[in-house]
Design a protein around this ligand. Structure first.
Ligand code: SF4
Ligand code: SF4
Length: 186
């Protein structure tokens, strides 16, 4: 966990997160409801309510380099529990995007998996699990990740050897192209 240095408060950071998430973060009064309902607090370096506070304090580097924004499962529990109707999960999402843009990936494997997933969806219109696994292994070097699950998944016909053809694949490809044209990092 990094030490918070209030002298380095980045006054623009909260405005940027607010603008991109369309949330009013100043209304967070640190009740802790979001953290109480978060299933991933046990692996976070900063709990979700701490992330909210760090944003309010303009701690750009601490937030964008923390593990929590990568480990968040986007389950929305924090959002549904916030008494101030802050879409906390969206704020976590926005921070993860900003971290990507600045070249941070504190949880490298999570980023690699997300990248492999998005490549698979872009290429096939939906996730092709076997190809996704091969892509992830290639980029991460984690050859034996979940390898023990493969025989069971194959036996239950949960893994196809070829991607399924889907309707509207070209439209999905166009979504990615539009996203990139907007300057976003996929
Ligand atoms: S969306 Fe993320 S931060 Fe919010 S409760 Fe779920 S895992 Fe925790
Ligand atoms: S639940 Fe809402 S008000 Fe309470 S700490 Fe979390 S973000 Fe802040």
């Amino acid at each position: 966990m990094r030490i918070v240095d209030l002298a380095t408060a980045d006054q623009d950071f909260i405005a940027e997160v607010e603008a991109r998430s369309h949330q009013n973060l100043r209304t967070c009064y640190q009740c802790g409801n979001c953290t109480a309902g978060c299933p991933y607090t046990f692996v976070y370096d900063h709990s979700v309510s701490q992330v909210m506070r760090l944003i309010q304090l303009g701690q750009r580097e601490v937030v964008l380099q923390c593990k929590s924004i990568w480990l968040c499962a986007s389950c929305q529990s924090c959002t549904t529990r916030c008494p101030n109707r802050i879409d906390v999960a969206k704020v976590m999402d926005v921070c993860r995007h900003m971290a990507r843009e600045q070249g941070y990936a504190t949880e490298r494997e999570v980023k690699l998996f997300t990248d492999a997933f998005l490549r698979s969806v872009e290429r096939h219109g939906r996730a092709f699990e076997l190809g996704l696994m091969a892509d992830y292994v290639l980029h991460s070097g984690r050859v034996f990740t979940d390898v023990d699950l493969a025989p069971k998944a194959l036996a239950r016909r949960k893994l196809a050897f070829r991607p399924h053809a889907i309707v509207g694949r070209d439209q999905i490809e166009r979504i990615f192209q539009r996203f990139r044209k907007g300057g976003a990092h996929v």
